[in-house]
Design a protein. Structure first.
Length: 317
């Protein structure tokens, strides 16, 4: 059973009735309910399709945060062979929010970096809900430098509400660590591709997404601040997050128009969590296509393409 979002309640009610009838049928308490089950399931599918054809930015925010949505390790398990994680920033500590290492993507060696939120209470606490501390970004820089040294492409998966804002993180130079990670991303002489798989929040996201190609799942979000944070600053009222989400242009479709992202990966009706295998396959295919664009290009050409991409953001078509 899927967990339902608030706006999916009409579908939840219909699918709940289907499950009740199926249960009764299995126990022999109902006779010839197949037609009713089929009718209700068709109605539920139609309702879900209608809902997802008209999602608001706030609805997309909720879908992007769905706890069952595929996370970093799901992409690693599906797309990266022989993944070998590396730990520590060689300066202070290991940060579990940012996972990084090396492996093979469709037979070719690659470096991989991404945020992992966790999927239950224990793992969420372990990974700090995907909110990295400075040592996480310094580890990312270490991986980027190794990737360039050994001429490997870099693949990143972005899924964070933002960098961790705690006192300790600020004392250890959070802003400087994010800036250096962003700079390292921009300076790489090997191709890099980022995919926004859930939330892409603030500098915590851009630090590993300043890449040659930025992909984004259809119902993910990408913004300089969370809707709640924006509402707190603008109106001193975090309950106006829905208004902020609408005004901030945080959806894949809006960001494509501004040239902030390059391609949108379509999701199944109901979101990525309803058919993770499909989404993982589509993501892998699009990453492969993007990396293929840079075959035969020199380090200087790769840097120049990345520079031109970011300079073009927001320019008129």
């Amino acid at each position: 059973m899927h967990s339902y979002l608030e706006f999916e309640k009409p579908v939840a009610d219909l699918e709940g009735k289907v499950q009740e009838l199926l249960s009764m049928q299995e126990k022999g308490e109902a006779v010839d309910v197949a037609d009713e089950i089929s009718r209700l399931q068709t109605k539920a599918d139609s309702a879900m399709k209608d809902l997802y054809a008209n999602l608001t930015p706030w609805h997309k925010t909720q879908v992007a945060r769905h706890p069952d949505r595929p996370h970093f390790f799901d992409y690693i398990n599906a797309l990266i062979e022989e993944f070998t994680p590396l730990a520590g920033d060689r300066k202070f500590a290991e940060d579990e929010a940012i996972q990084a290492g090396f492996g093979r993507f469709r037979g070719k060696p690659v470096a991989v970096i991404g945020q992992e939120k966790g999927n239950d209470t224990e793992s969420r606490l372990k990974h700090n809900f995907g909110m990295a501390r400075p040592e996480g970004y310094r580890k990312a820089v270490r991986i980027m430098e190794l990737a360039e040294r050994f001429n490997m492409p870099l693949i990143t998966f972005v899924d964070t509400a933002g960098a961790y804002p705690g006192i300790g993180a600020e004392e250890r130079g959070q802003a400087e660590a994010i800036a250096r990670s962003t700079d390292a991303c921009l300076a790489m002489g090997t191709p890099n591709v980022a995919t926004i798989i859930g939330e892409g929040g603030s500098g915590g996201a851009i630090a590993i997404a300043a890449t040659n190609r930025v992909l984004m799942l259809e119902h993910s979000i990408y913004s300089v601040i969370s809707p709640e944070g924006a509402a707190s600053i603008l109106w001193r009222d975090s309950t106006r997050a829905q208004d902020a989400a609408t005004s901030m242009k945080i959806t894949a479709q809006d960001l494509m128009a501004f040239k902030i992202i390059d391609k949108i990966i379509s999701e199944p009706v109901g979101g990525a969590h309803r058919s993770a295998k499909t989404v993982l396959e589509r993501t892998g295919n699009m990453i492969a296509d993007c990396l293929a664009e840079f075959d035969g290009m020199s380090a200087q050409e790769i840097r120049q393409q990345r520079r031109a991409k970011f300079l073009a953001i927001g320019s008129k078509i």
